[in-house]
Design a protein around this ligand. Structure first.
Ligand SMILES: [Zn+2]
Ligand SMILES: [Zn+2]
Length: 299
């Protein structure tokens, strides 16, 4: 099983700046927080309530995110919104902290709300797939739910995103039921969350070294592979110029597009594990009330 599509090194986008920020367009920057990325949308002079944060990192990231926001947008510059690609633990770590400090609305897809307002846990991880330390450990990863219901809103159903005039959200389910990607037609910029990623998230070693590769979603946390495949196809059809994902470096240009095309075309061979608890039978939506799976679950 290949598990990845190699990408030419020139596809890597952006230089590293202060506070660990990589600017990849004049109003797009991202920051790597341990194993996961967050994205800052807004020009450097955007000021208070003039920018939007995408995702909220691993637990303990609030100070790093605030420092990066200060560095990029100036002191006391709060975002106008936080938009969630999905609600997995490595994307919601600082969410409650930041929402309460900044008093800011949080937007997520309607189908993702139960994992963010205390109603539902994610289905159990599948530690048997992917073959790396991150996979093996995945049975211990928190599956929620967290409860940020006070600040939480469903994304508008027309595809618009409050606070982001030229961006739209696109449903890219599979890795999670309400997973979304963000798309800007004018410069073909794509924020894909975990629908496709640019490092082997299953392997702790690859997460550290981040060799340029294109992958399907992190295997251990993907309960619906058929939807995940269709989502990757949809993203490929956009023909993005810039690709920022939840894990791994941002990429751009033809080398990235060609790798994305290969990934979408060969998704079943490259991205889907050959066996695993969700390969033939996806986990249902809404069947996992909070607390319904003991954390020792290992089936
Ligand atoms: Zn995820
Ligand atoms: Zn993730």
């Amino acid at each position: 099983m290949a598990q990845q599509v190699p990408v030419e090194p020139q596809a890597i986008a952006g230089e590293v700046e202060d506070a660990g920020l990589h600017e990849v367009a004049n109003d797009v920057a991202y920051q790597r927080l341990a194993i996961v990325n967050v994205v800052y949308l807004g020009t450097p002079d955007a000021g208070d309530r003039g920018w939007v944060l995408i995702d909220a990192g691993v637990i303990g990231s609030a100070a790093s995110i605030e420092a990066a926001a200060r560095e990029r947008f100036g002191a006391n510059s709060r975002p106008s919104a936080i938009v969630m690609t999905h609600g997995h633990f490595d994307h919601v770590g600082a969410l409650e902290d930041l929402a309460s400090r900044w008093s800011v609305p949080i937007y997520a897809h309607e189908l993702e709300l139960p994992y963010l307002d205390g109603r539902s846990s994610y289905p159990p991880a599948d530690p048997s797939v992917g073959g790396g330390l991150m996979s093996t450990m995945s049975r211990f990863y928190p599956r929620g739910p967290i409860d940020v219901g006070r600040w939480l809103h469903a994304l508008p159903s027309d595809g618009t995103i409050p606070g982001l005039r030229d961006w739209q959200w696109i449903a890219t389910p599979g890795h999670s039921p309400g997973h979304v990607s963000l798309w800007r037609e004018s410069d073909r910029a794509l924020i894909a969350g975990d629908a496709v990623i640019t490092t082997a998230q299953e392997s702790a070693y690859a997460v550290l070294t981040q060799k340029p590769e294109l992958h399907g979603p992190p295997m251990y946390f993907t309960p619906d592979w058929e939807s995940a495949r269709r989502s990757a196809e949809r993203l490929d059809q956009l023909e993005p110029e810039l690709l920022i994902t939840g894990h791994g470096p941002a990429m751009h240009g033809e080398a990235m597009r060609s790798a994305l095309h290969t990934l979408a075309r060969d998704f079943n061979q490259v991205a889907v594990p050959t066996q695993g608890r969700y390969v033939d039978k996806p986990a249902g939506v809404g069947q996992h009330p909070a607390g319904s799976f003991p954390s020792s679950h290992s089936g």
